[in-house]
Ligand binder design. Structure first.
Ligand code: UD1
Length: 429
């Protein structure tokens, strides 16, 4: 199993190209199930989760063609996927595949909408809390699907097709909103989704669905209206930049000091996080080419944050920000309101010298800690990158084990950081 070795203490200088967003690419790929025509996606990141979803879609009969780097492309320009679901051969998504990536559960919406049935294993994915799928099920029921849960599988049926309905989510759910959007696009009649997730990835998927012929208005707000259409067609769509990758590198620069341009990063996708980083002492500037982040000389100030659905501070940056706060000049509090049990990074950060107390959903971080390198274990995707960030500021060598978690969501993290002066390398085997 690969490991990543990091020797801390180097400031970061240079430019980091931002990849396409994993959390948009995955539902966009799933949207290909809605049409028999070809959906072309540009700027798809090269990630383990993307490859795994290709296999899952293959299993349903989706033909996936991949065009990689062309002459003249920079190493990080994303790949282009051609997805063609002309004939769906299987409406079952088996446990062996779905258990490895939670988002693959989302095939349930398009499959039941187009084929009238779907049998999808209950998901796995990052071990952060219980992460139920009741809201996906409720949304499909409101569109007329009959649902049965049997032997670890959710079976959804709508023999005569779905029909438009009212979906009022009791809690903001990104995945539930994707399911509702995709299913409602092919339902008969109009669907209104209340308390919809406002995440930019939802708006990106809605944009693509509209290019495919869907009639969706209000995506990006908490009230989305979908007028169902009988069928969707092919389209070409470019995946938006990854705001979590952007925020992660911004936090890394705030941690180490230095000056880095996050190429292609879009500030409006993570304004709250950038504001918090500015309060912590980073200089942030929007440029035509992306977002410039610097910290020169100034110390890191403690800032209290609570995670919240978009446009709030993203839960997917919580672990990384906690790593930064271990070096702040004072005490900070981080409250996780989205997922229970999303604090697995705390004990690993402690191995590097962090002082963090947990009390329910709040972590109190006493800074500044002198961090020293140690062997640590990646536990989930975002937690593992928080260990990399801490290691960049630690004295001596840190060895991060189980880096397959990182490969699920970060495209060649070690190359991007080492190009900016970090002493980081991957050890294979
Ligand atoms: C997505 C993101 C993930 C991010 C999360 C929150 C992808 C591939 N993943 O995950 O990176 O951390 O949004 O921004 O885009 N819930 C229920 N019942 C449900 C569904 C969700 O109770 O049926 C709860 C969850 O347990 C959680 C909250 O709702 O407490 C939000 O979850 P949700 O927004 O659905 O997260 P995901 O879509 O799984």
């Amino acid at each position: 199993m690969d490991r990543i070795s990091i020797v801390g203490g180097q400031p970061l200088h240079g430019a980091i190209p931002i990849s396409g967003a994993k959390n948009a690419a995955l539902p966009l790929m799933i949207a290909s199930l809605l049409t028999r025509d070809t959906l072309i996606l540009d700027n798809v990141p090269r990630l383990a989760d993307v490859s795994l979803l290709q296999r899952i879609l293959n299993n349903h009969g989706v033909d996936v063609m991949l065009n990689g780097k062309r002459p003249g492309d920079t190493a990080y320009q994303g790949q282009t996927l051609h997805l063609s679901a002309a004939g769906i051969v299987d409406t079952k998504a088996p446990y062996e595949l779905v258990s490895r990536m939670r988002a693959s559960f989302w095939v349930i919406g398009p499959l039941v909408a187009r084929m009238g049935e779907a049998k999808v294993s209950l998901p796995g994915g990052c071990a952060i809390g219980t992460r139920p799928v009741d809201l996906h099920i409720q949304a499909l029921q409101n569109l007329g699907a009959e649902i049965e849960v049997d032997a670890g599988y959710v079976i959804a049926r709508a023999r005569n097709g779905l029909r438009g309905g009212e979906i009022a989510f009791p809690k903001v759910t990104v995945g539930g909103t994707h399911t509702a959007l995709m299913a409602a696009s092919l339902a008969q009649g109009t669907t209104v989704i209340e308390n919809a997730a406002r995440e930019p990835e939802v708006a990106d998927v809605a944009d693509c669905l509209n290019k495919m012929g869907a009639k969706i208005t209000g995506a990006g707000t908490s009230r989305i209206v979908v007028e169902g259409v009988p069928q969707l067609s092919g389209a070409r769509h470019t995946v938006l930049p990854d705001r979590i990758e952007t925020g992660t590198f911004a936090i890394a620069v705030a941690m180490t000091g230095g000056d880095v341009l996050l190429e292609g990063g879009r500030p409006e996708l993570l304004q709250t996080a950038l504001d918090v980083l500015a309060q912590a002492g980073a200089e942030i500037a929007a440029t035509n080419a992306g977002i410039r982040v610097a910290r020169n000389g100034a110390g890191i100030a403690p800032v209290d944050v609570a995670t919240a659905p978009f446009p709030g501070f993203p839960t997917d940056l919580q672990a990384q920000f906690m790593a930064l706060m271990t070096r702040a000049n004072g005490t900070s509090r981080i409250t996780e309101t989205i997922f229970e049990n999303r604090f697995m990074h705390v004990q690993e950060l402690a191995r590097l010298g962090a002082r963090i107390q947990l009390d329910g959903e709040t972590a109190t971080i006493e800074g500044p800690s002198r961090l020293t390198g140690a062997p640590v274990m990646a536990t989930d995707l975002r937690a593992s990158v928080s260990l990399v960030i801490a290691a960049l500021a630690a004295e001596g060598e840190t060895m991060v084990h189980r880096v397959y978690h990182l490969d699920r969501g970060f495209e060649r993290l070690e190359d991007k950081l080492s190009a900016c002066g970090a002493q980081i390398s991957r050890i294979s085997g």
